[in-house]
Structure formats: structure tokens, C-alpha cells
Design a protein around this ligand. Structure first.
Ligand code: NAD
Length: 487
């Protein structure tokens, strides 16, 4: 074991071991060595966390506090995330292999975005108001929007702090308490966030965090009678299980799930921008991004030109040690994920042809590294074009015209994001209206305005989060009404 002691839960403002005393190992995906171990949560820990969360919710010190108080605390927390950016990014590299990136003067962009999540909802809750319905002088009726209770927040490992703050920010800003179950594969960086909330002055018990596996800690959180709702980011398979269990206690749920997003490149696109963006869209974070443009659809007249440009662009994504400054492509998160991606590459050799990549890179005997890979000569119905691989693996398919591109793009069970590269506004508008995806980026990628409805259609999600939609999910809206005596 190393510089790290056993990672603990955070319950009622205290770092605590698992009630059972059990732990599990945290593996560094770049070296396959054990970094440390972590409390292995189960139903007893979840129950303690829910009780702490409920107690503080009922006491009202946060749930009924002035919005300006919550704003102050969340702004302080945002400042602390930025101040501790380097430390958090390093822990994320150790836990899930995302590259440190180049040396930066200010906070890492992903930490700046995490801080923005907090600031955005801290302001949103302060500015939001209720409605009065004035009909005539005989009735006064108005809405009241209040914190709803205790939420279970269940998050994946592929953007540990950014995706967690995206859920915590609205949950906590609107006055709820939270029990957070981060992924077992990202159990290191989350400690810093617990320390930050404490330092920022958040009352103990408002934010609680239980480490552990989905089956052991996630399931009892979903099943707990005293949890009001579950906000989940992860795979559709887990979402189905959560939906079934949550239904038994009539919990509200919000699901942000996986994708197999189409990146559609028309012949009139600016290829100087579209090609590097297509490479970044599938190789960033080793392809472990929910909105990765994993199916690249290219108009046939530029198909060959695109393939050679894409292969050149991919060369800039050389796998290397994620701790080395400047590395762009680190390892996959885990042995399980590595084996999964490798099995899809075997399948790709049967279903189509590997244009480049497809192997473990030379010189990496240890670590879960995979070369950036492109699959071609494959049917849009092939499994490698239908299933989310979640690795640095693009399938590249030709199309004749907009209608064929739309048909291929919509021909999956997923519907998270779509990308359109074209010089024509008419084409962009025509295709955007017909793509069955929750989010569409035109001649760009990943730009966000946090007021937008983030989420997916079909198997990519249920519900939207962002701006006022998050407020709807994390609050209880009621009305009060009383008759007036007309004079
Ligand atoms: P996952 O579904 O395996 O796990 C997600 C979380 O759920 C983890 O914390 C896990 O411990 C927990 N969990 C597992 N089984 C559970 C159960 N039965 N009950 C309750 N909790 C349970 O997903 P993952 O492998 O961690 O993440 C990758 C997936 O997440 C991909 O499909 C990716 O596209 C998706 N994702 C979606 C978004 C989005 O915003 N749409 C963002 C990031 C990742």
C-alpha cells in the first residue's frame, strides 16, 4: 500500500469505515497495481447515511435555509474545487486513467466545469420564483416549490467529479439532502469533495457518500423507504434494474444513460475542423464518454479522403502513461472494460475490417491500454455499430444523402447525441429535426449551456436535467389557495 490510507464513507459529516469492516481494492489502470483499499458499503452504511440525511432535512438547517445561505456555501465549494483542481485531477488519473493533461495556469477545464455546475445551480435556486394565478377577486392561488427530501445520487466512473457535481449541484442547491454512491471504480477523488463541502460550511448530513459496489450499496439505496428519488448516470442495463426497484416504493427517477452517437459528416463540411473533431470525439477519455461520436457517418464522395485524414488525426492520440504531461490517450478504466473492448475488436474482425489500431500498443505489458481504432466495411446493423463499446473505437460508415444518414443514425436503440458537419444551414436544420437524439451539435462538439435540457431519448435516458428541468426533478411543487371576500 502507498501514500493513501483506506478510503472511507462520509456520513453525517464524519469519515467512517464500513459498518462491516469490509474493504475492496482500488486498482490503478495504468499499472494494474493496488493504490489502496476502500470501505465496502452495504445496506447498513446506506441506512446510516439516509438517516443522517433525513435528520438534517427535517431539521431545516439546509432545506429551509435562505437561498442566499445555500448560494454562499456552494460558491465557496466551487472556489475550493478550483483551488484543489490539480489534486483532484491527479486522483482521477490514479483511479480511472484519464490523462493529467498539459501544465495549466488556472484550474483544469473539467474542474472549472465542475465548479460551474455548483455556481450555476446556486444562482438558479436564488433567482427562481413561484407563480400566482390571479383570476378575479374571489380567489388567491399560488405555487410553492420546496426541497423534496433525500435523493440517492448514483454516478459512473468516467467523469467522476464533473458528473457527480452535475447531480449534486441542483440536488443540494434546491435544499435537499443527498446520499451519493459513486462508482466503485472511482473511489479516490470523491474524498476531496467531501472535505470541500465540510470546509465550505455545508451542515453535516446534507451530503453523504457511501463507497462500494452497485449490488451491495447501490441496490439498498434504491430500495430504501426513506429516499425520495434516484438520479442515476450509467448504463441502460443498470437503469432498468433501478427502475424496477424504485417502482416498488414509488420513487421518482432520472436516467442519464449510454449512447452510440452518430457523427454525420457531409461533403460540404469543413474537413479541417471536422476530422480532428471526429478523432477527439471518439478518442478523448479513451472513448469512455457517454456522448462519444462512436459511429462516424461520411458522405460517400469524400469517404476515402476522410479515411486517410482520420488515420492521420488518430496518430496524435498515441497511448501513453496518463501521469505524463501531454499524454492524450490513457488506459481504459479496468480489466473488465479492457476485456470487453478487446472482445468487440475480435468481433469487428468478423463483422468488418479494422482499418487501423485494434491491438494493445507495443511497450505496454501492464495497464489496460488499447490503440485508437477504426472499423470499416461493416453493416450499420452489425453489433459493433449497434452496441456501446466505450473504448477508443470508431466505426466509419458511408452514406449517399441526408435521408440515408438519418436512417442509419436513427437505426439504433440509443438516442443520446448527434453531430452534424455541413456548410449548409438547410441541411443542418433538416437533419437536426429528424435525428432521434436528445442533443445535437452542429459543426462543433460538447459546447454546453447549463440551462439546456441534458439527456437522451430511447435507451439513452428518461427525463432531462439542466436549468429549470433539474428544479422540477429535485423539488416538490404544490399550491395553496384561499377564497377572498369580494367587496
Ligand atoms: P454502470 O451502470 O455499470 O454503473 C453506474 C453506477 O451504478 C455505479 O456507481 C455502480 O456501482 C452503480 N450500480 C451498478 N448496478 C447497480 C444496481 N443494480 N443498483 C444501483 N446501482 C448500481 O455504468 P458505468 O460502467 O459505471 O458507466 C458507464 C455507462 O454510463 C455508459 O453506458 C455511459 O454511456 C454511461 N454514462 C452516461 C452519461 C450521461 O450523462 N448520459 C454520462 C456518463 C456515463
Amino acid at each position: 500500500m502507498t501514500e493513501f490510507s483506506t478510503q472511507k464513507h462520509f456520513i453525517g459529516g464524519q469519515f467512517v469505515a464500513a459498518a462491516s469492516g469490509n474493504t475492496f481494492d482500488l486498482i490503478n489502470p495504468a499499472t494494474e497495481a493496488c493504490t489502496t483499499d476502500a470501505a465496502r458499503g452495504d445496506a447498513a452504511d446506506i441506512d446510516a447515511a439516509v438517516r443522517a440525511a433525513r435528520e438534517v432535512f427535517d431539521a431545516g438547517v439546509w432545506s429551509r435555509a435562505k437561498p442566499s445561505f445555500r448560494r454562499k456555501v456552494l460558491f465557496r465549494a466551487a472556489d475550493l474545487i478550483e483551488a484543489r483542481s490539480e489534486e483532484i485531477v491527479r486522483l482521477q488519473t490514479l483511479e480511472m486513467g484519464s490523462p493529467l493533461g498539459p501544465e495549466m495556469k488556472g484550474p483544469h477545464p473539467v474542474m472549472a466545469r465542475s465548479a460551474w455546475n455548483l455556481r450555476f445551480f446556486a444562482e438558479e435556486q436564488e433567482q427562481a420564483g413561484d407563480h400566482a394565478f390571479n383570476r378575479d377577486d374571489s380567489l388567491l392561488t399560488y405555487t410553492m416549490t420546496d426541497a423534496a427530501g433525500v435523493f440517492g445520487l448514483i454516478t459512473p466512473w468516467n467523469g467522476p467529479i464533473m458528473l457527480s457535481t452535475w447531480k449534486m449541484a441542483p440536488c443540494l442547491a434546491y435544499g435537499n439532502s443527498a446520499v451519493h454512491k459513486p462508482s466503485e471504480l472511482s473511489s479516490l477523488s470523491i474524498r476531496v469533495l467531501c472535505e470541500i463541502y465540510e470546509e465550505a460550511g455545508m451542515p453535516p448530513g446534507v451530503y453523504n457518500m457511501v463507497l462500494g459496489y452497485g449490488q451491495e450499496a447501490g441496490v439498498p439505496l434504491v430500495a430504501h423507504e426513506d429516499v425520495t428519488g434516484i438520479s442515476f448516470t450509467g448504463s441502460p442495463r443498470t437503469a432498468r434494474d433501478i427502475a424496477e426497484r424504485a417502482a416498488r416504493t414509488l420513487k421518482r427517477t432520472s436516467f442519464e444513460l449510454g449512447g452510440k452517437s452518430a457523427n454525420i459528416i457531409f461533403a460540404d463540411a469543413d474537413l479541417k475542423k471536422a476530422i480532428p473533431a471526429a478523432a477527439g470525439g471518439i478518442f478523448m477519455n479513451s472513448g469512455q464518454v457517454c456522448v462519444a461520436g462512436s459511429r462516424i457517418l461520411v458522405q460517400r464522395s469524400i469517404y476515402d479522403e476522410f479515411l486517410s485524414g482520420f488515420e492521420q488525426a488518430a496518430a496524435a492520440w498515441k497511448p501513453d502513461d496518463p501521469m505524463v504531461r501531454g499524454t492524450r490517450l490513457g488506459p481504459l478504466v479496468s480489466k473488465g472494460q479492457y476485456e470487453r473492448v478487446m472482445s468487440y475488436l475480435d468481433l469487428a474482425r468478423e463483422e468488418g475490417r479494422i482499418l487501423f489500431g485494434g491491438e494493445r500498443p507495443d511497450g505496454f505489458e501492464k495497464g489496460f491500454y488499447v490503440q485508437p481504432t477504426a472499423i470499416v466495411d461493416v453493416s450499420p446493423r452489425a453489433r459493433v455499430c449497434q452496441e456501446e463499446i466505450f473504448g477508443p473505437v470508431a466505426t466509419i460508415l458511408p452514406f449517399e444523402d441526408a435521408d440515408e444518414a438519418i436512417a442509419i443514425a436513427n437505426g439504433t436503440t440509443y438516442g443520446l447525441a448527434g453531430y452534424i458537419w455541413t456548410g449548409s444551414q438547410d441541411t443542418a436544420h433538416y437533419v437536426s429535426h429528424r435525428l432521434q437524439t436528445g442533443m445535437i451539435w452542429i459543426n462543433s462538439g460538447f459546447d454546453r449551456d447549463l440551462r439546456q435540457p441534458f439527456g437522451g431519448m430511447k435507451a439513452s435516458g428518461l427525463g432531462r436535467e439542466g436549468g429549470g428541468l433539474s428544479r422540477e426533478f429535485y423539488t416538490e411543487t404544490r399550491f395553496a389557495s384561499f377564497p377572498l371576500t369580494p367587496r
